[in-house]
Every structure is written in C-alpha cells, then in structure tokens.
Design a protein around this ligand. Structure first.
Ligand SMILES: [Zn+2]
Length: 225
C-alpha cells in the first residue's frame, strides 16, 4: 500500500495555502528550510497530490512521499519505505547475524547502505562457505568410513557450529546417493579423499591423511575439533 502524501501533510500539520487545499498542486510552508515560515501568504513548498512528490522553491528539497515522511518523522528512509512495501528480501538480507559472522560480514549489518552495496559479494561468499562446509563434512564422513576412524565428535562439532541449514541431511544424502545426484562439491570431496588415500596407503598413516584432508578444507570451512 502506497501512502497518500496529503495524509502525511495533515498528520504532521503542515500549514497549507487554503486556496490550494483541494487542488492537485498544493502549496505549503516548507518543513525543510522554514524559509517561508514568517512570510504571510507565501507558500514555497509545492506538493503534487496525485504523484505524491514535493519540491521547495527556496531550498530545493524535493522527493517522494517517503522522503517527506522520513524527514517529518525523523526516521531513516529505509524504515519508512519498508512500512509501505512488502518487497521480497534478497538472500543476503535473510542471513542471520551468526551466519554473517561466519563469512566475517556481520559488521556490515549496522549500515544498511553499505550492506546493500555488498549483497552480491555476500551471497557469493555465503554460497562458497556452504560448499566448503559440505565438502569438509563429507570428507570427514568418508574418512570415518574408509579408515574406520571415529570422526563422530568432529562431525557433530561442525554440524553444531556451521550455521549452514540442513548441512547434515544434505551431506548424508550425497554420501548415500552420489551416483544419482552427482553434485560437484560431493564429487570433489570424494576425489580428494581418494587421491589422498592413494598417496598414504600404510595403516599407520591413516591419521595423517585425516589431518591433511581436514587442513585442506579448513580454508573454506571452520573446524571446531
Ligand atoms: Zn525549503
């Protein structure tokens, strides 16, 4: 729902020229510069009641109804706009503070404009982070399986802290159905495990393989253990 500029004008008691009250072009006293405040019968603030825009002929303040309400209510423009528009949120905006922390972008949330500038970058970094977490988790599961190592605590620690939604179920699905789904991150994780295993065949080097592989993926996913 779009706000009516004349509703805002009357809500904040802007003084209007009575002779223009029912016209499309309404004249009023400027709430920005107050340059015409003490001048009788002088109204330098022009409002278009149909297009919901305004302009002051003294200070050049101009804008849409949202700008006027933001100024009169002393609220940020975005807050006013959001009151009236239920737009679809970008993926970056849906990320929780904890999720943003994982990609070191939480600090951006305090300044909406700066945050907005980085939507694309944030979304890319979040996708990369999720992929890294999936590869890392699948590697741990595979290592646990192939080398008969107890990886459960490392697996749980990652699942608990990663902030990636459905991480465990998605990775387990790939672990069980790799031949069917063929997700590139899963194929990649399997290939890494395989090539490392080929390099380190002997029994006592199994732990080393696990350490190396985890180190390899640590650059993209944080490991608690
Ligand atoms: Zn003005």
């Amino acid at each position: 729902m779009q706000p009516d500029i004349m509703t805002i004008v009357s809500e904040y008691n802007l003084e209007i020229n009575p002779r223009t009250a029912n016209k499309i072009q309404v004249e009023a006293k400027c709430p920005f510069c107050h340059g015409d405040a003490n001048k009788r019968r002088k109204y330098k603030f022009s409002i278009n009641a149909e297009m919901h825009v305004f302009r002051c002929w003294l200070c050049n303040a101009s804008g849409y109804v949202y700008d006027l309400e933001a100024h009169l209510s002393n609220k940020p423009y975005e807050e006013v706009r959001k009151k009236y528009t239920k737009r679809k949120l970008r993926k970056a905006e849906k990320l929780s503070p904890k999720q943003l922390e994982k990609i070191e972008k939480r600090h951006l949330k305090v300044d909406y404009e700066a945050f907005k500038q980085q939507f694309t970058q944030i979304e890319k970094e979040w996708d990369d982070y999720c992929l890294g977490q999936k590869r890392l988790l699948l590697s741990k599961i595979l290592l646990g399986h192939v080398l008969n190592l107890d990886m459960m605590s490392a697996i749980y620690a990652q699942v608990e802290s990663s902030e990636v939604p459905n991480l465990y179920s998605e990775v387990i699905h790939e672990y069980l159905h790799i031949e069917i789904t063929k997700k590139s991150w899963a194929i990649e994780a399997r290939a890494s495990v395989k090539s490392l295993l080929q390099d380190y065949q002997s029994e006592n080097e199994h732990t080393l393989v696990a350490v190396l592989l985890i180190r390899h993926y640590k650059q993209v996913g944080r490991l608690q253990q």
